[in-house]
Design a binder for this molecule. Structure first.
Ligand SMILES: *Cc1c(COP(=O)(O)O)cnc(C)c1O
Length: 390
């Protein structure tokens, strides 16, 4: 099928929930993808911060193939070796003790909220304005952006939203019914917004003083994205519960909730479940993907390439007045402009580079962690040309 035919069939058979770009991706390798017409692109979006180990990594592909030949699914009514091995690995690389497996970021956030409510016996969650936690109704209710909620009410109860970065606003909203504070360590969809210095540490302190749980939504920041395995390690603040998904399994759909032993033990048999959660195929993909991150030292690569990329973007800031700020950590980078950046995404795509525009004015760069410096050069060189025209 050519691209036109695929686009026609999409319109005819698929609910039109996505504002798709007019290319159809056929295959990928490392930090490069090819479309149906054979044109190649350097992928600085990585399936929205998912393909951290790059496209079609041979070790992940092999793990998926091998597992698919043995056992794809068996339900959580039985044990599997794959699931316990993955849980052990996640506990080893994280500040947590226990894991629960689900299938997406929204599900991981919702499960984290259920766990916090079950453990504390309280209902209220303090979440952040400009946050993003997913599209299912409770994750949407936790999300602090009206544009995603419009038309879908009534929303779930129990959420208070406060400005991100304002510790006093959190303190002012704590009540005897507060179960947890839910926060993205770096706001992703909201425009790659960094936490003000000391903010996350102060949040932790505030939570401890008031017997409130701290939940990190690391769905986007996890698995090497910010330069360490988790942003909690980058910022040296340990949450009580962590929600994970996106980069967990090299592109295979999966989510996870991690918690301390004490909190995780609040979930008793029958309290929470997911039919597909942690099935052997997903666990094999995740295990292979995390092992690749460790074996290929992608955490160092994320920091080195991230610093290199950021420096290059800052050069562009010096040369182009429309660039307001460059920010981020590791390979989670944003370039805020003083104009809408949607059209630049199209221009970059025509030049063979996939990026994305979030929060209207922020170009977001979340490439595979193994992107090469010469690929970063190509990206920033082309971006220089594109910015020239504004
Ligand atoms: C993408 C994202 C989600 C939602 O994940 P889905 O897998 O799309 O449900 C939740 N939180 C954050 C921070 C995200 O970036």
């Amino acid at each position: 099928m050519n691209t036109e035919e695929i686009m026609r069939l999409d319109k005819e058979y698929i609910m039109q929930t996505y504002g798709r770009q007019p290319i159809a991706i056929k295959k990928g390798s490392g930090a490069v993808v090819w479309d149906e017409e054979g044109k190649s692109y350097i992928d600085c979006l990585a399936g929205i911060a998912v393909n951290n180990v790059g496209h079609a990594h041979p070790k992940v592909a092999e793990a998926i193939c091998n597992q698919a030949k043995i056992l794809i699914h068996t339900s959580n009514l039985y044990y599997t070796q794959e699931q316990v091995e993955l849980a052990k690995l996640l506990v080893e690389v994280s500040p947590h003790d226990l894991a629960f497996f689900c299938n997406s970021g929204a599900e991981a956030v919702e499960g984290s909220i259920k766990l916090a409510r079950k453990y504390t016996g309280k209902g209220e969650i303090i979440a952040m304005e400009n946050s993003f936690h997913g599209r299912t109704l409770t994750a949407l209710s936790a999300t602090g952006q009206k544009k995603y909620q419009k038309g879908f009410g009534p929303l779930a109860q129990g959420f208070k939203h406060v400005p991100y970065g304002d510790i006093n606003a959190v303190a002012d909203n704590v009540s005897k019914n507060t179960a947890a504070v839910l926060v993205e360590p770096i706001q992703g969809e909201g425009g790659v917004i960094m936490p003000p210095s000391g903010y996350l540490k102060n949040l932790k302190k505030l939570c401890q003083e008031n017997n409130i749980l701290l939940i990190f939504d690391e769905v986007q920041t996890g698995f090497g994205r910010t330069g360490k395995m988790f942003a909690s390690q980058t910022f040296k603040v340990t949450p009580d519960i962590t929600a994970l998904a996106k980069g967990i399994a090299g592109g295979f759909p999966m989510g996870s909730i991690l918690a301390t032993r004490e909190i995780g033990s609040a979930f008793q048999p029958g309290d929470h479940a997911a039919t597909f959660g942690g099935n052997p195929l997903a666990c094999a993909a995740a295990k292979a993907s995390i092992q690749v991150i460790l074996e290929e030292d992608l955490l160092s690569k994320s920091r080195e390439n991230g610093d290199y990329f950021k420096t290059k973007l800052n050069f562009l800031k010096d040369d182009h007045g429309i660039v307001e700020e460059v920010r981020g950590s590791g390979l989670m980078l944003g370039m805020e402009l003083d104009v809408n950046c949607a059209e630049m995404v199209n221009e970059m795509r025509n030049l063979g580079i996939l990026i994305n525009c979030t929060a209207d004015k922020v170009l977001r760069f979340v490439p595979p962690l193994l992107i090469e410096k010469n690929q970063i050069d190509i990206v920033t060189c082309n971006l220089d040309d594109v910015l020239q025209n504004y």
